[in-house]
Design a protein. Structure first.
Length: 111
């Protein structure tokens, strides 16, 4: 299963994967999934793309769409979502929304 498929599965039934709807829980779940795929050599090119580019892609998205002066204050992308939303549920929803956009953009580039 690729990271794209995994994130979609988590989006459809988040409480099946995490105890509470918290962006940090989703973050560690995603990072763990990517690490597991890498260790087991079951990774896909989209996994590598997500790992290498999602962080900067989200940062650029925030600067274009939320706050052009946004300056990261943390090294984890989960905190970006906390910075631009009012609560955990919104942060998680924003994560899934931006993942959809990210994967659409990446799919368009690979064609």
């Amino acid at each position: 299963m690729s990271i794209k498929e995994f994130i979609k599965a988590v989006q459809n039934r988040p409480l099946m994967y995490v105890e509470e709807i918290k962006i940090e829980y989703i973050y560690y779940l995603v990072v763990g999934f990517l690490g597991s795929n890498r260790i087991n050599k079951a990774g896909y090119s989209i996994d590598d793309t997500f790992h290498a580019h999602f962080y900067h892609w989200v940062l650029d998205w925030i600067k274009k769409n939320v706050d052009k002066n946004y300056d990261k204050v943390n090294f984890f992308w989960c905190n970006f979502f906390k910075d631009i939303t009012d609560n955990e549920e919104e942060a998680v929803q924003m994560f899934f929304k931006l993942c959809d956009e990210f994967f659409e953009e990446v799919d368009g580039l690979e064609r």
